[in-house]
Design a protein around this ligand. Sequence first.
Ligand code: NG6
Ligand code: CA
Length: 507
Amino acid sequence: MKKTLFLPILLSSSLAITLPMTLLAQKMSKPNVIYIYADDLGFGDLSSYGAKQIETPHLDKLAQSGTRFTNAHSTSATCTPSRFALMTGTYPWRQDGTGILPGDAKLIVPTDKITLPKVFKNAGYATAIVGKWHMGLGSEVKKDWNAAIKPGPNDVGFDYSFIFPATADRVPTVFLENDQVVAAEANDPILVDYEKKIGNDPTGKEHPELLKMQSSPGQGHNQTIVNGIGRIGYMSGGTRARWVDEEVSTTFLHKAQDFISQHQNKPFFLYFCLTEPHVPRMPATQFRGKSKLGYRGDAILQLDWTVGQIQQQLQLLGMDKNTIIIFSSDNGPVLDDGYVDGAVAQLNGHQPAGPLRGGKYSIFEGGTRVPFIVSGQGVAKGKVSNALISQMDLLATSAQLVGVRLKADEAKDSKALLKTLTGEDPKGRSTMVQHAQTLAIVKDDWKYIAPSKGTPYMKLTDTETGNLPEDQLYDLKNDIGEKNNVAAKYPEKVTELKQLLEGERKK
Ligand code: NG6
Ligand code: CA
């Protein structure tokens, strides 16, 4: 309450004197929301989550100033499905074609349904996405990269977008601003193909001597070379439009900061999707070698610094009090995901998934249990919450926050958990489905993994997937590392959870 008294002083313009109190109150009650989404950051990758070999002071500060969650999840163990769920408030496995997308995929987010940014738009917010997209663009795979590509982020609720289409390791390696490739030139058209080589650019396969970072044997990433790095997919043209990997992160940061400073007087929602520490890890020179854990560690330092820059900007502009920052990751960690970058050789005892089993691609906890930190207006300070919450819940929770009503059939898997998000309610969800190659369900710390014919171990990425042809049951309260399959010991629990999962599948 005290803070409100100071508000007119903080607002330097004459507006503060003339603005009626009701409007001021309204302004305070409509916090800005910034959702910062890391790519492949694991549960054990931040010092606030117990990492000993790496220091992430800015995210630690965010955790101290807010609530740090220890049982928060992405819906899936890979990017596209997790982001789809965040956007739509529905489980991705309900819709076909929501797996990891190539760089030329068509848009998979429905344009006629509610989305996370639309919730904010409906409440009068300005909305933007800056960073990795990876949910497809346009209505066809075949598209003209030199013309406006629609539908895209601007058709599913974002007023402003500055993105790259898929992942940093997939072509086309270009940015798009509001549907248009940045710096595209008509006389050097961008062509993209995921089937066959196109144009004359050298590939990593033909010319490994041109690479500044080798691709891992057997993992691909040896098609068109851009900026000395072999990519997935072929492209030609767009010579001046291609990004420089070392600058991608600061480019996104500056676009995000521009959006923030342009919206000091109107509530906004910013979906800020960082590319770290996804491959290819090619941090800016100032971070290289700094972590002593190879480029993966350096990329995490770059990510932490980026978050710090946003915090600093908000503070300087006096916006930190009426802004909520939510920080998380789209799936668990992986070390060798296609390039020889020191992540394995210089691991130095670091545990990217902390005490969890598995990582990216796994149905084990390491696949979806990720860092989740919430800080800002109305959020409990210095708290650690073990509440079960999914990123997919942000849609219904944001609707609750900004006072937008959802229809019964909208975002049907998203739960309104505002009290959980602000650290007040310690329980959160009662059940949640997890998704990798198979599905799992958790209820009251019991976890059932459905049988799967997939490989239990992916050698190339060194991943324990959690796939087994039989039922698995874990007691997460006493066995967070999912070491002991107790399915045979508790057959009734297996039956109960199996039925629950079947019910979810049919919904
Ligand atoms: C995999 C890629 C991996 C990464 C991942 C997507 C191979 C062998 N591996 O298919 O390098 O790009 O897709 O990551 O191609 S995600 O975080 O966007 O889901
Ligand atoms: Ca990812």
